[in-house]
Each structure stands twice: as C-alpha cells, then as structure tokens.
Design a protein around this ligand. Structure first.
Ligand code: PEP
Length: 254
C-alpha cells in the first residue's frame, strides 16, 4: 500500500480568522502529492467555512457523528447533515469521546453504521491506556475495540475503513510511541484484519496518532504498517503540519 493519509484533528480549537490563516499557511507550505491524502477535521461549526476555502486536494472530515438519524437529540449532528456539507471522512471512537463522553463500543458501532449509510469514510480510533500497557493487555484491548466494529459489519461496509492506532498515553503528552512499538501494534492490527479477510488486511490504512510532529514523523512513516498519521496539536501549526504532510509525500515517491 503506497497511499499515505495525513489527518488534522483540530479538536475544539479555532475561529474563522484562525482557521482561514491556518488553511492559507498549509496551502502555501504543502507540496501536493496524489498518493498522500490530506484530511482536515475542523470543529463542527466551521465545516462549511473550510469546505468553501480549502483547495480541492484537502479533504473535509468531521470529528464526530451521531448514531441516530434525526429528531430530538439536542446538540448532535447527523450523518445526513455531514454529507450535506460535503464531509468525506469522520473520526469515530477518539479516546477523548470514549473517556469524556462515555462512548462505548456499542455507541461507536452505531456511529460507524451511520457514517457508512451516508457515504462518509470512518476513521476508527483505537488505543490502550497506560494501565492496559503496563498489565500486558494492549493487544486484547485493541482486539476488542476493532472486533466491536468488524464483527457486526459485512465486508462491503468495511472497504472504506481507516484505523487510527492512538495509544492514550501518547495523545497530547509529547510522549510518542517509538516507531518499533507502534509498528508492533500496527502489525498486530493488520493480522487481526487478516483473520477476517485478506483484502481487508491489505487495503485498510492504519494510521498512528500520539504526539506526531515533524521530528518523529519520518521514522514512524518508514515502518511497514504505518500508513500515515492522525495529528492533534501539531495540526494547529500550518508550517509544522505541512512539513509532516511533505515527509509523507516524499516517502510515497520513493
Ligand atoms: C489526537 O488528538 O488524535 C492526537 C493524536 O493528538 P496529539 O497529536 O496532540 O497527540
């Protein structure tokens, strides 16, 4: 798999002026590469702004989707609404949603279904806590998070799946997993998918997330089963984010 995916998760940051400047800076500093896909996930109120301002090679993503279709769900945003705003990707199961908003595997399964029904590609986040890691439970925990989605879906629903491995202890902490320890989990994820279907294992991009920056990106991206990154903090700095995107682009050219 030669394609790389570089996903910006702006979280609950930005305003119209900041966002506009950020998009302009990314545009100015990025070397466009067809095999390296750039996905920008702004906060919900700014989906339209980014969709209007962004150049066509930047793809619009959302940070959340409701597990329901329509109705009395105050504060929620449906898949149909996201599709209406030309959203192509959605982050599902981010650890902040799992931990702060009590989203369990059941809720995440529902959100996954709504993404597929609305032709929005799901980026499914999985990752262990430091306690799981210290207790030797990393693989079992990640297996259960992935299985919750793949066991309840037909293969056809899984063909646009992207998985992001994000060890919780590495998110926003500056403490990146070493390329080798990340690769160990990525390769485990690839094997887990292989138990379902060989095409699924071969075609599913597996991204790494957790304090990725322009200093550590190259080593991570050179690992066999790392197909890009989900980037939080560093995605709010246009020059830094572009550097990471350009590193991915150069590797797809090798
Ligand atoms: C994230 O929020 O998905 C993330 C990986 O954040 P950071 O890059 O800041 O660790």
């Amino acid at each position: 798999m030669n394609n790389m995916y570089i996903v910006a998760n702006w979280k609950m940051n930005g305003d119209q002026i900041f966002n506009s400047h950020l998009i302009t800076t990314i545009e100015k500093n990025s070397v466009i590469n067809d095999a390296s896909h750039m996905i920008i996930c702004p906060s919900m109120p700014y989906l339209q702004q980014i969709n209007t301002q962004k150049p066509s090679y930047m793809i619009l993503g959302a940070q959340n989707i409701s597990q329901y279709d329509t109705g009395a769900y105050t504060g929620e945003v449906s898949g149909k609404m996201l599709a209406d705003l030309k959203t192509k990707y959605v982050i599902i199961g981010h650890s902040e949603r799992r931990e702060l908003y009590n989203e369990d595997n059941n809720v995440i399964r529902g959100k996954f279904s709504k993404a597929i029904e609305n032709n929005i590609k799901p980026i499914l986040c999985v990752g262990e806590t430091i306690e799981h890691r210290n207790n030797g439970e990393t693989f079992d925990y990640i297996h259960s998070q992935i299985d919750a989605v793949i066991s309840s879906n037909k293969l056809d629903n899984l063909k646009e799946l992207i998985i992001a491995y994000e060890p919780i202890w590495a998110i926003g902490t500056g403490q990146t997993a070493t390329p080798e320890s990340a690769e160990e989990v990525h390769s485990y994820i690839r094997n887990t998918l292989l138990n379902t279907d060989s095409n699924l294992a071969e075609n599913t991009p597996i991204l790494y997330g957790g304090s990725v920056n322009s200093d550590n990106a190259e080593k991570l991206f050179k690992m066999e089963n790392i197909n890009g990154a989900l980037i939080g903090g560093a995605s709010l700095n246009g020059e830094e984010f572009s550097k990471i995107y350009n590193i991915a682009g150069e590797l797809t050219n090798e």
